[in-house]
Design a protein around this ligand. Structure first.
Ligand SMILES: *Cc1c(COP(=O)(O)O)cnc(C)c1O
Length: 317
């Protein structure tokens, strides 16, 4: 295992909110992508793969998590990267990817990324989609649901009625929905969509829920009905574009000791606060997905600036 489990659950009394601390999955680089890699890396090794080829936005946490943990497992890592708005956080992730020896291929669009991945496919290559969100990766969140069920059973938290989680590529929410049903927990998953196009994110998440459930041995797909509610009102102008509600949520979370990013978790936390305010649910759990491991050790060996060619192609001013 690469992670440290179970991750803690904490109660933010002032906000009336429970938090699942998946920021702490790994002390070198944590967050939700570690749980997916928990499944993806052994799968790749069991198939005799030597190299993972994947895709993401330039500041992708998935690409960085893969660069950290798959490299440590002896796999080579390559990624096709598409542009996203420039922030310091995005720059740091890109520099860390480079420091870890990931081979990066700048492309302009996700269609270009798909093509770039396909031409790099060899029999020894494991192609992993955006966010690590295939069926194998999403099973990491089936495991997480069982972990939560054990924590509920042990009395660490009351059984949640709603779990609020970010939806980017959808694997986290989908694995959770399938896992909650399998583990016999009643919570509905409120997925806060932070990526576009919304129709595709919605289609892919719902497809993954059914596929992961079946793969994990689920026999009653009707039990999945109504268990995933997607909220699209926090997205704002699009992926990586900060919102006012997100900025406010980030400040509120900081006062409770949680560090959020504006692309994913601030928008989700805003949705979680709304969920509490609506009084629809007695117990709300916000599932925290952003790594809180310090990047400094990873950046110690990084170039001060990414190569100009990467910068020009990937970082819109
Ligand atoms: C990738 C990511 C998500 C979204 O998870 P998906 O499984 O892609 O929907 C949420 N939060 C953070 C911090 C992420 O890096």
């Amino acid at each position: 295992m690469i992670g440290v489990y179970p991750t803690p659950v904490v109660h933010l009394e002032k906000l009336g909110l429970w938090v699942k601390r998946d920021d702490l999955t790994n002390p070198i680089y944590g967050g939700n992508k570690v749980r997916k890699l928990e499944r993806l890396i052994p799968y790749a090794l069991s198939k005799g793969k030597k190299r993972i080829v994947t895709v993401g936005a330039v500041g992708s946490h998935h690409v960085l998590a893969t660069a950290v943990h798959a490299t440590r497992a002896g796999l080579l890592v390559e990624a096709a990267l598409v542009p996203q708005p420039r922030t310091e956080h995005v720059m740091d992730n890109l520099r860390a990817d480079l420091a870890l020896g990931a081979k990066l291929h700048p492309v302009r669009t996700y269609a270009g990324a798909a093509l770039s991945m396909l031409v790099r496919a060899r029999p020894s290559t494991y192609l992993v989609p955006m966010g690590g969100s295939n069926v194998v990766g999403s099973l990491g969140y089936v495991d997480a649901a069982y972990e939560l069920a054990a924590q509920v059973k042990a009395g660490e938290l009351p059984e949640p009625d709603a779990i609020v989680v970010t939806v980017g590529s959808g694997g986290t929410a989908a694995g959770l929905v399938a896992g909650l049903v399998l583990a016999g927990l009643k919570a509905r998953v409120i997925g806060i969509v932070v990526a576009a196009p919304v129709w595709f994110v919605s289609f892919w998440s719902r497809h993954l829920v059914r596929a992961v459930y079946a793969h994990a041995g689920g026999r009653n797909p009707r039990a999945l009905e109504g268990r995933l509610e997607l909220v699209t009102t926090e997205l704002g102008k699009g992926y990586g574009e900060p919102t006012e509600a997100g900025k406010r949520a980030k400040d509120i979370a900081r006062d409770s000791g949680l560090h959020l990013d504006l692309t994913y978790t601030a928008k989700c936390f805003a949705g979680a606060l709304d969920c509490v305010a609506s009084a629809r649910f007695a117990n709300v759990l916000y599932w925290h997905t952003l790594s809180s491991a310090p990047l400094a050790p990873l950046l110690a060996r990084a170039p001060l600036a990414p190569p100009q060619a990467l910068e020009r192609l990937l970082l819109a001013p």
